[in-house]
Ligand binder design. Structure first.
Ligand code: TYD
Length: 199
């Protein structure tokens, strides 16, 4: 099978990081070369974004710069990580990609504008959207111990969920939604059935 670029998407708390690790293991068990990567990336622009996300969005940089930073990080991530790996014959699994920008940055900056900023980037061969209700995502986030205001956090998750819905309608890439309300093994099995439809 030819190498593939697969992106994992979903709300915070929807289980993407767990599922991407399980999908990597499934590729390895089949002897198919694979790398796992993520956005914001682990490269310099991604590190800058993560630093600001940890401190809060309104820290030193104005909010207006974020769609550009995410796009700059995506360009760098594609050029230095994703495309070279695909050229080496490795499958690439990315924990978030451009759909996250469309979902998370659209409310503040407008979906059309964010999509324009990302128009040069290739569509993944497959985008897996982990569907989980915002309230369930919040339970998982709180169980991990993040101290957050429950109402504020739920409000934010609802906004981003609406952002994902609008983004999925607007994008013409192959996106498949997976019900993420189950055990990690159940969800991994549903994802494997999608990635290897012929078993
Ligand atoms: P995430 O990997 O989920 O965080 P963590 O490493 O803490 O699990 O991603 C960090 C946050 O960045 C997440 O809330 C989504 C957000 N994000 C955007 O707002 N726009 C983007 O384009 C991307 C890739 C991520």
């Amino acid at each position: 099978m030819s190498t593939r670029f697969i992106a994992m998407e979903g709300l915070d708390g929807s289980g993407g990081t767990t599922q991407i690790a399980m999908l990597k293991a499934a590729f390895e068990a089949r002897g198919e070369p694979v790398i796992v990567t993520r956005e914001p990336s682990d490269r310099p622009v991604g590190a800058l974004i993560r630093d600001h996300l940890r401190r809060s969005w309104q820290d030193v940089l104005g909010d207006g710069v974020f769609p550009y930073l995410f796009a700059a990080d995506r360009r760098d991530h594609l050029d230095c990580v994703v495309l070279p790996a695909l050229a080496r014959g490795e499958n690439v699994l990315s924990d978030r990609y451009a759909l996250s920008s469309f979902a998370y940055q659209a409310e503040a900056h407008g979906l059309d504008r964010v999509m324009r900023l990302n128009q040069d980037f290739p569509a993944p061969d497959l985008t897996i959207m982990l569907d989980l209700a915002p309230a369930m995502c919040l339970d998982r986030i709180l169980a991990r111990g993040s101290p957050r205001d429950r109402f504020e956090a739920l409000d934010q998750l609802n906004t981003i969920a609406a952002g994902y819905e609008a983004a999925i309608r607007a994008v013409s890439w192959p996106i498949v939604r997976i019900d993420a309300n189950g055990t990690p093994a159940q969800i991994a099995a549903a994802i494997a059935a999608l990635v290897w439809p012929n078993g």
